[in-house]
Design a protein around this ligand. Structure first.
Ligand code: C2E
Ligand code: SIN
Ligand code: SIN
Ligand code: FE
Ligand code: FE
Length: 656
């Protein structure tokens, strides 16, 4: 190796060293720089950690000595090496309390993060709930080198959570959450009381799964409508199935759960059991209906004295209100001592319609004779119901027989039949007895009325017989053919009918026509039976016969409405008639009608003063009197119907 070579070599070494020195210097600078950076970073970290309002510290995994702690930690920021237990109140030091899971020991063992809650109870009356998080820091070999512990006082959070839980779980209502498909994601335990399910059993089921199919369909529609707009809803009534199958009526309110984008994610709500409330409402409604029914029967009794109508109304109310299949009313016949079917409904056969039971026989008879309600829960098992061979076809199970008692007397029996078992409550029974009471009253008042009607009818019959007697006596005295009065009466009634007169008016016309010449009773024989024409003095007396009729009949109330014909049958349309000279419509229509019939009949008959006229002459004469003497409308009606009116000789001449 020559000198040059050596120098060059040295030169090169020198350069190398320089580079190296430079490098070393630079590295030192780097190291210095990094130390500085590290110092800054840890200052920053310390500040961050200090700002955390909860104790936070890092320990060595070997000996639990504190490497770093924030100012919230009991040990403060003391740099002296301190065992982690010392940062705790010694009473609650994690490893001292028995049964306490030391989170750091757990972290060390499992090499995984650990969360533990523990009660910090050293301060009297101020028990705190602490949540401790442990977190491992692993070295390159995957062993736990250091551990972080971080504690939080969660007493308040826990309290509000507990409060919420207590509220949701102890209210009588059931609180739930569903997702956007209406499937339960949460159900408070109260659902067990309401619907019989454990909360877990509901998770995943939809709220419609808990309803009868029809109700589910209805509620799904409604829920769909509400959810479309993501609106809150309140007090939706819905019927749910209890786990054991019975129906529970719930009232549901809910609010939508919206995500950050305001999309509907589900509903959160509350269900209240309103079954009892609904039952009370239903009972009130039922009671109101029953009161209305009683009122309706009351009104029917008052309005209609037709017993048949009233009993049918009662039967319909019995069936409708008591929700039974059939009912009937048997009437007591005291003379025969029997019960006879009077009204009924709901029967498939006519088995009971011909019922005639001896009192004391059969259940109805027993109800009547013992005056008590007879209840047979199952007719199949009872042998007393042998009323009819068809009865088996009716297939009745339950039977009630209620005696109808009015003013202390049994008037009948109300029978109720049902094709399945009846389980009536007291209200049902009470109402049955009320209806029976109404039926008894209806029967009693109908009987009263019937009695009244019968005596009234007897009276009317007696009066009419008297009138007939007078009328016949008059015919005889006037030497008329027997039946004259009946003949004119019949024809008058027919024309009146043809002119639209009906009802009571027709009855009065009949009586008035029969008595039309009753006033002739006051005309002496020498005038009435005179074979020739009357002189002026005789006429004067003869013209009084309508006034005599008025004087005879007007004191009799019953005949006063029948006075028009006897009093006015000689009035003329032009006012030239007697006794008052009435004109046109001043003359009662019945009298205008009768005048036509009277002249027709008089001219067709022999009189002491002349023989009967031929038919043609009579009709011609009547036509000639039209307008001045007779009412053209009446004459027209008569002539139009002449054949019909006169072609009923059998009727005309027969005795009424
Ligand atoms: P009456 O015999 O029943 O007659 C009723 C009416 O028929 C008479 O009412 C009159 O409008 C009509 N009429 C009866 N016969 C004749 C008749 O021959 N010619 C005509 N044109 N009309 C007749 P009126 O006239 O007010 O008489 C009332 C009653 O007076 C008669 O009832 C009858 O009982 C009696 N009367 C009337 N004219 C005579 C008479 O000439 N002699 C007797 N004895 N009695 C007479
Ligand atoms: C009529 O047939 O037009 C009435 C007869 C009557 O009431 O007797
Ligand atoms: C009659 O024919 O008996 C009635 C006579 C009359 O109306 O005056
Ligand atoms: Fe007359
Ligand atoms: Fe007459």
């Amino acid at each position: 190796m020559n000198r040059d070579t050596l120098e060059k070599k040295l030169e090169r070494e020198k350069q190398k060293n320089e580079i190296l020195e430079n490098m070393i210097e630079g590295k030192t600078r780097n190291i210095y720089f990094e130390k500085e950076k590290f110092r800054e970073q840890s200052e920053f970290l310390k500040k961050v950690i200090d700002s955390v309002p909860h104790p936070f510290f890092v320990v060595n995994a070997d000996d639990y000595s504190i490497i770093m702690a924030n100012s919230s930690t009991h040990a403060g920021t003391s740099s002296k090496k301190i065992h982690c237990y010392e940062v705790m109140h010694h009473k609650t030091a994690p490893c001292i309390n028995e049964g306490y899971l030391c989170p750091l020991a757990e972290v060390k063992r499992t090499k995984k993060p650990v969360t533990v809650e523990h009660v910090h109870s050293d301060i009297p009356n101020n028990t705190r709930l602490i949540q401790v998080f442990g977190y491992p820091i692993l070295d390159n070999n995957g062993d736990v080198a250091q551990m972080i512990e971080y504690t939080m006082d969660i007493t308040e959070q826990k309290e509000s959570l507990d409060r919420f839980k207590a509220m949701t779980e102890n209210t009588s209502d059931w609180i739930w959450e569903v997702d956007e498909n209406a499937a339960y994601t949460y159900a408070s335990p109260r659902v067990k009381d309401l619907l019989g399910y454990e909360p877990e059993e509901l998770i995943g089921r939809t709220l419609f799964d808990l309803m009868p199919p029809e109700e589910a369909e209805r509620v799904a529609k409604e829920f769909g409508r509400i959810a479309k707009d993501g609106m809150p809803f309140s007090r939706l009534e819905n019927t749910n199935l209890h786990k054991d199958g019975h129906h529970v009526v719930l009232e549901t309110s809910g609010v939508p759960i919206l995500d950050a984008n305001k999309h509907l994610r589900g509903y959160r709500g509350i269900d209240r059991d309103i079954t009892v409330r609904k039952e009370i409402e239903e009972r009130n409604r039922c009671q109101l209906q029953r009161l209305t029914a009683l009122r309706k029967i009351d009104m029917t009794i008052t309005a209609s004295l037709d017993q048949h109508v009233t009993l049918n109304v009662i039967i319909n109310e019995v069936i409708g209100q008591l929700k039974v299949d059939a009912a009937d009313i048997l009437l007591y016949k005291p003379v025969l001592q029997t019960l006879e079917y009077a009204a009924g409904s709901g029967f498939r056969t006519q088995a009971l319609q011909y019922s005639r039971l001896k009192v004391g026989e059969s259940y109805a008879g027993q109800a009547a004779s013992e005056r008590c309600v007879v209840h047979i829960p199952d007719l199949h098992k009872a042998d007393g119901f042998r009323r009819s061979v068809y009865m088996t076809e009716e297939n009745f199970i339950s039977y009630y027989g209620v005696p109808l008692i009015a003013k202390g007397n049994v008037t009948g029996v109300l029978e109720v039949f049902h094709r399945s078992a009846l389980e009536p409550d007291d209200e049902w029974l009470g109402f049955l007895e009320s209806l029976a009471g109404q039926a008894a009253i209806a029967i009693d008042s109908a009987a009263l009325f019937e009695g009244m009607q019968r005596s009234n009818l007897a009276l009317i019959t007696a009066y009419d017989a008297t009138i007939e007697g007078w009328s016949r006596a008059l015919d005889l005295r006037d030497k008329e053919t027997e039946g004259h009065s009946h003949r004119v009466t019949e024809l008058t009634v027919r024309i009146a009918h043809a002119m639209g007169i009906r009802g009571a008016e027709q009855v009065h016309i009949r009586r008035g026509a029969l008595l039309h010449d009753i006033g002739k009773m006051g005309i002496p024989d020498r005038i009435l039976l005179k074979p020739g024409p009357l002189n002026e003095e005789e006429w004067e007396i003869m013209r009084k016969h309508p006034v005599f009729a008025y004087e005879m009949l007007s004191p009799i109330d019953y005949l006063r409405p029948a006075l028009d014909i006897p009093y006015c049958h000689h009035e003329k349309m032009d006012g030239t008639g007697y006794p008052r000279g009435l004109k046109g419509e001043q003359i009662p229509l019945s009298a205008r009608i009768f005048a036509v019939v009277d002249i027709l009949d008089a001219l067709s008959s022999d009189r002491p003063y002349r023989p009967a006229w031929p038919n043609e002459k009579v009709l011609e004469h009547i036509r000639s009197l039209t307008g001045g003497h007779l009412d053209p409308n009446v004459v027209e009606t008569f002539l139009e119907n002449e054949k019909d009116l006169l072609s009923l000789p059998v009727l005309c001449y027969s005795k009424a």
